[in-house]
Design a protein. Sequence first.
Length: 244
Amino acid sequence: MSWLRWGLRDQQPELFEDQVTSSQSGLDFTMAFRTEWRAPRSTPVPRLPSGEASRTVRVLAEQVAARHTVLRPAAAEQEINRLLARSLPLRTDELEVSWACVSVSVAVEVRTYAEQIAQARRELELDTLAQRQVQARMKFMHEEILRTPASARIYLMLENSARLGVLPPGLDVDGVVQEIQRWNPQSRWVVVAQLVHTFIDRLSEPDADALLVTLRSLFHDFGEPDLAAQVPAPATPPSQNPGS
């Protein structure tokens, strides 16, 4: 700069404190800027720049502060001063900042509020994780465990065992194997049951009622009155069925 060859005044100390925005909107650091600067001897004393040194240093401090939360003031302070050490001296058209140091602190109420926000965020993340776990477990129960009676029975056996994979004593292993075989997805009775389910879904309400009556009679004819009694009653009373 052209004014440097005219000589510089003696070092001028300057102290300035201000709030600087952190990475969290509405939560600020409190920063104290200590600087030493010089200006050209040709500049009249009344025209020596006031606060220009601190403003120059603040520009660097703001860049660093925007990357830190108020819960880590020491980290912000360390990075700011490291950046200053690499950048000094800082020169403008009015002065040269030859030395600078920044102290970073956080007001008690600001730190308390930031801690409350962090705690609320952690609780929200835990709630979200718990919801996902419940959803995954429900999906697994629905798609795997409750898909067949055999699957549900095996799951309960494993859940109630002292160690995973150890079957409880007195268990009828052969019976479990037979049940698994009966409920195999390719078993003919499973296929028949699926077809019957599809068939019933396609029936009209009167036809479905007629099928229930037929099924009850079929159970009686084959000597299964207990099963006949478990057949659901028709949705429409017989007296109201068309053609009765």
